[in-house]
Ligand binder design. Structure first.
Ligand code: FEO
Length: 173
């Protein structure tokens, strides 16, 4: 059984993950509108990953006998001044999410909630990768931003990113 404080913190993180999906989908729409379909696809896949993260929290709360609270999702920004500005905003956001996960871990420690601690290990590792990937792509995009043929090539490379929701996370709960 979940303690109220842990349940509230898990529901808050569920909302953060849903907002993350919203944010990356907004970036995808902005890229699509600016005729950068590879980056649009990359961001759309990122949004799907965030939905999978949200689903993990959703399922974990229910598996622990808790109550899922689907809170209102904040409205994300709709436009970014340049491709690198969008990727930089993604990195800033991932750093924020890492902080949220660490705070949640601290709550689970304080409440001696061992299943939540173990559950969060996956997210702690995932955030290291999320930050590294955001940083890598941000640098790559920045390098070619003022070179149309370079930007075209990196956009094409971004289009090769794939993600299979079911393979990665199993069937929907
Ligand atoms: Fe769900 Fe990008 O962290």
């Amino acid at each position: 059984m979940l303690k109220a404080r842990v349940e509230e913190a898990l529901n808050q993180q569920l909302n953060e993950e849903l907002f993350s999906a919203y944010l990356y989908q907004a970036m995808s729409a902005d890229f699509q509108r600016k005729n950068l379909p590879g980056f649009a696809s990359w961001m759309s896949i990122q949004a799907q990953e965030e939905m999978a993260h949200a689903r993990k929290f959703y399922k974990f709360i229910l598996d622990r006998g808790g109550k899922v609270q689907l809170k209102a999702i904040a409205q994300p920004q709709a436009e970014w001044s340049s491709p690198s500005a969008a990727f930089a905003a993604g990195l800033t956001h991932e750093r924020h999410i890492s902080e949220c996960i660490h705070n949640l871990y601290a709550v689970s420690e304080e409440e001696r909630d061992y299943p939540t601690r173990v559950f969060l290990h996956w997210f702690i590792e995932e955030q290291v990768e999320e930050e590294a990937t955001s940083e890598e792509w941000g640098e790559k995009v920045k390098r070619v931003e003022n070179d149309p043929s370079g930007l075209f090539a990196v956009d094409k490379e971004a289009a090769t990113r794939t993600f299979d929701l079911v393979l990665a996370f199993g069937p929907a709960a």
